[in-house]
Ligand binder design. Structure first.
Ligand code: NAD
Length: 367
């Protein structure tokens, strides 16, 4: 593995690419991540880890690996003997992120971890520390921060094209079926719609502004009698205030038909991304005066962009754009929103940070 930069669209030779072991073979892995690795430029799939070895072997064979590249959770530590596995990608229920991050750090593997980074501030802090102590990189898998449409929106916000930004509004709602899955169990998910889908609103608002909120307030609501919401909440509405005076109003739910939007309002215009958080077909429009322009960006696989970014960070020994600290900060904000809701919606003050992008690494490459 070297730090050679590949030509624009050409993948690096396989021997130079960063090899990943993907942990967890659920929906996201099978439908999005394994196909994204197949078109990776700096990244390649090297192993899969699952509770079901038969399924793991099937997935390994389907993606050009051998049956020996499939591991059970109990055999995870055997990855430590594999020089061609440089990193793990954790795609498990949220409460397992800490355990597998710590186990990976112990065997010297870099960690790309799905969002939310953890189910508590305490766990997220332990994960950041474990990776730091072991000298491995930790990246929170915030695909939206590697997405061209989101970068185009950030540039419109930060260049002054909208004048002075005053308000943001973001919604992420979907209907969560009652399939006995982990998302409705507090112990595994850590919460309901907020850490699962509301997190996109928290994170994208912060990304677009480059600022950290200094105060949040929120309310939580679950439909009485709906058995899906005995352990976790259905809906959350919240407000985030920023030191510059910008205010963001957000909402998430497990009880409404899919909608994923973000709107930014400034003194000179507005922008909208709708849909904002889907894997494909995002749509960004900017309005200044009477003129509405759709900003067209060539489609890219968000998961490939995100994974290739982490691979280049590993190859070049630099901090990822969305390191563990970026996920930890969202964890702190979500805990403050829950606290506000428990205390009748009273505003909760957050630690104040000066400067821009305080938790982010150097800006990612765009290909
Ligand atoms: P999933 O339910 O489809 O898959 C979870 C996997 O974990 C399965 O292979 C399951 O067998 C395994 N597992 C191990 N221990 C388990 C346990 N105790 N209970 C239940 N399953 C267990 O989930 P998913 O949708 O693939 O989500 C996995 C992670 O990825 C979550 O952290 C989620 O928030 C995240 N995610 C991120 C995105 C994104 O766009 N970045 C999208 C979907 C999911």
């Amino acid at each position: 593995m070297t730090g050679n930069k590949e030509q624009a669209a050409l993948p690096q030779p396989a021997a130079q690419q960063v090899g990943y072991a993907v942990i967890g073979l659920g929906k996201l892995t099978l439908e999005e991540l394994l196909p994204a690795f197949a078109v990776g430029r700096a990244s390649r799939l090297a192993a899969v880890v699952s509770g079901n070895l038969t399924e793991a072997r099937e997935a390994a064979l389907a993606y050009g690996l051998s049956a020996d590249d499939a591991y059970s959770y109990d055999d995870f530590e055997k990855l430590g003997e594999r020089d061609d596995v440089h990193a793990v990608y954790i795609v498990l229920p949220n409460s397992l992120h800490r355990e597998y991050t710590e186990r990976a750090a112990k065997i010297g593997k870099h960690v790309l971890c799905e969002k939310p980074l953890a189910t508590s501030v305490e766990d997220a802090e332990a994960m950041v520390k474990a990776c730091k102590d072991a000298g491995v990189l930790l990246m929170t898998a915030y695909r939206c921060q590697y997405t061209p449409h989101h970068w185009a929106a950030r540039e419109a916000v930060q260049s002054g094209r909208l004048g002075q930004v005053k308000l943001l509004h973001s919604v992420n709602v979907q209907i969560e079926p009652n399939e006995g899955q982990w998302r409705l169990k507090r112990k595994l998910a850590g919460g309901g719609s907020l850490p699962d889908v509301g997190l996109y609103c928290v994170n994208t608002v912060r990304f677009l502004l480059g600022e950290e909120p200094c105060e949040v307030s929120g309310t939580v609501h679950s439909t009485p009698g709906d058995e899906r919401f005995t352990e976790v909440e259905e809906s959350v509405t919240w407000q985030m205030r920023f030191p510059s005076g910008v205010v963001a109003q957000c909402a998430c739910s497990y009880g409404a038909a899919t909608a994923r939007t973000i709107d930014v309002f400034g003194t000179g215009g507005r922008l909208a991304i709708d849909p904002a958080f889907d894997y494909q077909n995002l749509r960004l429009t900017v309005q200044t005066g009477q003129e509405v322009t759709e900003v067209r960006v060539p489609p890219e696989d968000q998961f490939r962009l995100e994974t290739d970014h982490f691979s280049r960070c590993i190859q070049e020994g630099r901090a990822p754009y969305t390191p563990g600290e970026e996920g930890l900060q969202d964890q702190k904000i979500m805990e403050a929103i829950y606290r506000s809701a428990r205390e009748g919606g009273r505003p909760v003050t957050l630690e104040r940070f000066e400067g821009r992008d305080v938790f982010r690494g150097p800006a990612p490459e765009r290909s």
